[in-house]
Design a protein around this ligand. Structure first.
Ligand SMILES: *Cc1c(COP(=O)(O)O)cnc(C)c1O
Length: 343
């Protein structure tokens, strides 16, 4: 199977498995797992922050950040296709008691500008309205087709948010993809944000785990919330050993995924009935529209599966994601399968 459903489907490499088997471990709830401690220090240094904490999933990292930046009965602002709004089962409402105010971005590319955000802010609202506490950004933006927002644009939003007394959390599940596409260091890309979550388990190739980075005080409070949410784990160095390899070696491997995504998009653009602009494919996510194809997205996905290619359909769109386990010639195979189905 050529599995293009997500970059979460990668299996740990032989090197990772060997490192996991050999990992030095201890009880992380007691702070005694040397391997997780090393990974947390590496992540903090990589982002030039005081501290970092490993969390079992990106969703838990985002949930903890939302909890720490808000108070019950307040609001957060996010672009309408954001992961925190659409794919985290209302965790912000359930765990943090906050309303999510979804806003559209004027340019359609998934990234908010200050002018999109400003009208939605409730700074000192009357007593019967909830106050805005937090802005959540996403880079790269998953359901906007892996689009990226630059360091300058991120900084502008953060600076203006801070001057309004608002915090900014970056859902950087794929921040290394964004940094690769922008040819920018993750430090520069994320410096202005109050907290950053990134996934080890996606393009970087670890079997599990994400990191939350921020100030020492923020991460200490995050540690209590992680435990409260059931995320306090014991000999987790077994997973951290894979995470260290993901963090050290993973970023350099993303460029190939981006090249493959671009080539996939260019091939798709030539197939009648498929709408996609390869120019808009900046990272490893390819989302194309099939409204004008002779089959529906669900039918195309089902036929692709028969041909050994897995993708995800939603509405009139199909998503394909390149990753470590997709070889260059898998792109050719996938393209010829789609051609057979649609021509
Ligand atoms: C995958 C993802 C997450 C959540 O990560 P999980 O580990 O699946 O919980 C958060 N944000 C974005 C943008 C993602 O793509």
């Amino acid at each position: 199977m050529i599995d293009l459903r997500s970059d979460t489907v990668t299996r740990p490499s032989e090197r990772m498995r060997a490192a996991m088997a050999a990992a030095e471990v201890g009880d992380d709830v007691f702070g005694e797992d040397p391997t997780i401690n090393r990974l947390e220090a590496l992540a903090a240094a990589r982002f030039d922050r005081e501290a970092a904490i490993w969390v079992p999933s990106g969703s838990m990292g985002n949930t903890i950040a939302v909890k720490l930046h808000t108070e019950p009965g307040s609001e957060l602002i996010i672009e309408e296709r954001g992961h925190i709004l659409n794919f985290e089962l209302g965790a912000a409402a359930v765990i943090s008691g906050v309303t999510i105010r979804a806003v559209k971005c004027a340019d359609g590319g998934g990234h908010l500008a200050w002018d999109d955000i400003a009208p939605a802010i409730r700074k000192n609202p009357p007593y019967y309205q909830a106050a805005t506490k937090l802005i959540c950004l996403e880079n790269s933006h998953n359901f906007a087709g892996g689009s990226v927002i630059s360091a300058d644009a991120t900084r502008e939003i953060c600076d203006r948010a801070h001057s309004e007394g608002l915090a900014v959390h970056l859902d950087g599940a794929r921040i290394f993809n964004a940094a690769t596409a922008l040819n920018c260091d993750v430090k520069e890309l994320t410096r202005a944000c109050d907290s950053v979550m990134f996934c080890l388990s996606k393009g970087l190739g670890a079997p599990a785990g994400s990191m939350l980075v921020g100030s020492k005080e923020f991460i200490e409070r995050a540690r209590s919330w992680r435990k409260r949410l059931g995320g306090g784990m014991r000999q987790v160095g077994v997973l951290a050993a894979a995470g260290i390899i993901a963090l050290e070696d993973g970023p350099a491997l993303l460029e190939r995924d981006h090249r493959n995504a671009k080539r996939l998009a260019s091939g798709l653009a030539e197939i009648p009935g498929i709408a996609i602009d390869p120019e808009n494919v900046a990272t490893n996510i390819v989302i194309f529209d099939v409204s004008n194809a002779r089959l529906s997205a669900a039918e195309i996905v089902a036929k692709l599966k028969e041909k050994g290619v897995l993708a995800i359909g939603f509405g009139t769109q199909i998503r394909m994601v390149t990753h470590l386990d997709i070889a260059d010639d898998d792109i050719d195979t996938a393209l010829s399968a789609i051609k057979q189905i649609l021509l």
